[in-house]
Ligand binder design. Structure first.
Ligand code: PEP
Length: 256
């Protein structure tokens, strides 16, 4: 099933607004839950409240990050063991964490393996910077991130593994990637995943596009043959806009 993930990032700043937002998308998302797996990914403090609104709806919940150890002296960190009864998914290696918090490929690999071992689904983010794109080195950069990030994974993890291809220059910039570029990179990712965990298992790994997706441009990505959905940041903070993205995605995949 295609996956549509709403990364709220560090928004909204109060719980009432978070609950209003999730209630605003729930009607539409629930109505399409048989065709699109919608995952709402709020900040940690709103996970519990949002989980109560989503209860029994078929719409899933995710966290924006996790640590690689399950417990211990790691002040400020949240472990997969703490998340597994609360949500189904976790984002790992988002470019904002790589850029602002120094997250390395090795850390992404450790987090991915830890989350998978706790039965969480993992949305692992990869993507090149604008300089790489301009220099024509996107493929090398993305290949290296995928290889390093999956270093501790096996074929058994494939059904709970999602790779989001998010060119960093497209995130929050309003400059979404050309579908041709997105397609070529997703094809490369699929090939590398196949080399790492076997072609059969790789077919179960879902690959998303992310970067300035909105209702008016989502169709061109979800129509791509290798695209299994999208990761949406800014546009997921507007209930009507996100509901429109859900509808377009459900319609396209309903016709496949
Ligand atoms: C993201 O945060 O993963 C993202 C894709 O953001 P935006 O949709 O705002 O570009």
């Amino acid at each position: 099933m295609p996956l549509l993930a709403a990364n709220w990032k560090m928004n909204p700043t109060n719980e009432d607004d978070a609950l209003d937002l999730v209630r605003g998308v729930l009607g539409v998302a629930r109505g399409h839950a048989d065709r699109v797996e919608v995952v709402i990914i709020p900040p940690f403090p709103w996970l519990l409240g949002v989980s109560e609104v989503l209860d029994q709806s078929g719409v899933k919940l995710g966290a924006q990050d996790c640590f690689w150890e399950m417990s211990g002296p790691f002040t400020g960190e949240v472990s997969p063991a703490m998340l597994k009864d609360l949500c189904q998914w976790v984002i790992v290696g988002h470019s904002e964490r790589r850029l602002y918090l120094g997250e390395t490929d090795e850390m992404v690999a450790k987090k991915t393996a830890a989350a998978l071992s706790s039965e969480l689904g993992v949305i692992m983010c990869v993507g090149e910077l604008a300089d790489h794109y301009d220099a024509g080195t996107s493929d090398e950069v993305v290949s290296a991130q995928v290889k390093a990030g999956l270093a501790r994974c096996s074929a058994d993890d494939s059904a709970r593994l999602v790779i989001a291809y998010e060119p960093v220059w497209a995130i929050g910039s309003g400059r979404n990637a050309d579908p041709e570029h997105a397609y070529k990179t997703m094809r490369l990712i699929r090939r590398i995943v196949g080399e790492m965990i076997g072609a059969g298992a790789a077919r179960k790994v879902r690959i998303l596009y992310g970067g300035s997706v909105k209702a008016s441009n989502v169709q061109q990505y979800v129509e791509l043959p290798l695209c299994d959905g999208v990761l949406v940041g800014g546009a997921s903070l507007d209930a009507e806009e996100f509901a429109a993205i859900v509808k377009v995605t459900a319609e396209v995949y309903g016709h496949r």
